[in-house]
Design a protein around this ligand. Sequence first.
Ligand code: AR6
Length: 392
Amino acid sequence: MRISVIIGHPDPGSFNHAIAEAAVDALEKNGHLVSYHDLYREEFDPILTGPEIPRGGAVDPAVESHCAEIAGADGIIIVHPNWWGQPPAILKGWVDRVMRPGVAYQFLEGDGGEGVPVGLLKARSALIFNTSNTPKEREMEAFGDPLDGLWKRCVFGLCGVSEVRRRTFSVVVTSTPEERRAWLVEVEDIVGSLYPPETGGEPLRQPAPGRDPPPTGSRGVAGARIGVVLGDITEMEVDAIVNAANPTLLGGGGVDGAIHEAAGPRLLEECRTLGGCPPGEARITKGYRLPAKFVIHTVGPVWHGGGRGEDGLLARAYSSSLSLAAERGAKTIAFPSISTGAYGFPLDRAARVAVGEIKRFLETNDTIEDVTIVCFSEKARGCYREALEKMG
Ligand code: AR6
């Protein structure tokens, strides 16, 4: 399952972060694909602007990326402290901007917004972890636990998530290390019971079984320099690997999360200096702990049905990455299947766009000797092989 974990706490050493990390560990142990967002670390902008409000309004790419991830998540975990009976403003702003009409809910035909909306989130369950310095009895007596209604009814109930569990750990400020350790074990247990081990589905880690033999049939010179493998891109021994990032360039789930995890924290430090990247463009960093010398971060389009220039943007994500690789003298480069995970681009169409664009680039460029498309599932490998056979 794809699980989004969203944390809103300003201190990276906080107990909230320990909770989020324990949740991520439990999810990964059970084979789930985690999309992790530390909103303060990402410097998420919580301010919803006027033009953004209506359905179809102007949404900035960083928010659009969050929208795509949350719409595609099978489960959602939120971690935050109880401040004034509310989440920190940054998290409230995330709800304002990401739980949009058309993404998280919609009104029925003929309803101008006064009726009861229909929830659109795919996730069937959500889990909220809170920390508090108010004892439980006083919270109930004096304040009525406003966070419970906020998350269960106002947010997730309205957006169609039927099962919402919540656990508050209190009082954190006076807790002992033993208590906190026990709480973290409880976090793992709760997460494990709601999101048990994956059976079947797309495996997360697969051995790279080597390159497929070149497809048969007549192939041009450019096609001969393109290969398709099944494997994990973080293990590729090439000059540059490409990351399917989001416009913040500050990490995320899917292949982005895997690359940051394998490269280590210095990759994120360098990414912070880049100031983001719009869809269709690319930026380059060092590879740090990866076997690859460089990481090229590109941002593919979020799929909206094909009528919003998605093909063109996807093609540009490939060509921008290849140009940057060639500028830096990289001779071998590996791509993941950009936009086909959280961003929802149909696989067979993405494969045709990718192979077509890579081929076009190689026809006029001699620096790059070899391009490998690294697929994470048999299904993806089949689509890229087919595109290569038809176009190579
Ligand atoms: N190696 C190769 N391919 C992988 C790996 C891996 N280690 N892990 C996943 N894939 P996605 P997108 C495949 O969602 O659709 C991120 O959170 C995966 O099976 O990673 O471009 C970013 O921060 C799928 O086929 O990228 C953005 O917010 C493909 O990589 C957002 O997701 C791409 O899936 C970008 O979405």
